[in-house]
Design a protein around this ligand. Sequence first.
Ligand code: ATR
Length: 266
Amino acid sequence: MTDRYAVFGHPIAHSKSPQIHTAFARQTGQDMTYEAILAPLDGFADSIAAFIAAGGCGANVTVPFKEEAFRLASRLSPRAQRAGAVNTLSFDADGILGDNTDGAGLVADLTRNLNCTIVGKRVLLLGAGGAARGVIEPLLDQQPAALVIANRTVSRAEELAELFGHGVRACGFDAADIPVDLVINATAASLAGDLPPLSPRVFTPDTLAYDMMYGRDTPFLDFARTHGARTADGLGMLVEQAAEAFHLWRGVRPDTAPVIAALHTA
Ligand code: ATR
């Protein structure tokens, strides 16, 4: 029988995950389907239960259900535990395993696709919400020289810095004003077409400015480019986090390059 997978979110019509996983399945010869399911805002757990009852093998979870998926899982991977959120679920006889592949996806995109080494580099992470929290541990695993979290509400950045330790520092946007090697925008500002109030002094021609949002040029990327930095959007992260989930479910690692290229063309 063909194995079923799906992504759950609200909204979900825009999701590229079905296209990505269908491409991975074709490429690796896996007998599976992958669909997008709109879960009601107050009905995420019921939607997952119905999918499991219908034979679902695993699921991805996107906005706004990642924290709820964290609470729903009966077991959590260590990285999901640290992220406080789950984007990948696997269903088996023992229950629901929750994992988080977002940070691994970001690091894979940076290091493999964008040739950006993180070891020994100065990294500035913008934002202190769920998106930021999900990528901190995988970034630290790369052993940057410094990781600074800048956020509009400084106390939220301080909470994350305390949670992760390892010399992670926190500040407001006004205090982030020295050149860095990598700036990652994990704020929700791009969604609203806003620019985090960042000093242009963080950018040099060697800086990579990365926006975790994808699909359109953001004010952050435009600002970074204007001040001489190299830029990348989050499309590669999207495909790499999907590849990590696919590997977890199917035990095979798809080739992400042709899938990223096809999405870029589209
Ligand atoms: P998510 O799970 O997507 O990270 P979140 O937990 O609501 O969502 O966090 C959103 C992040 O984007 C926060 O860091 C938020 O800053 P505050 O903690 O000060 O609210 C940040 N953010 C949202 N809109 C922003 C804007 N216009 N400029 C700068 N930061 C913004």
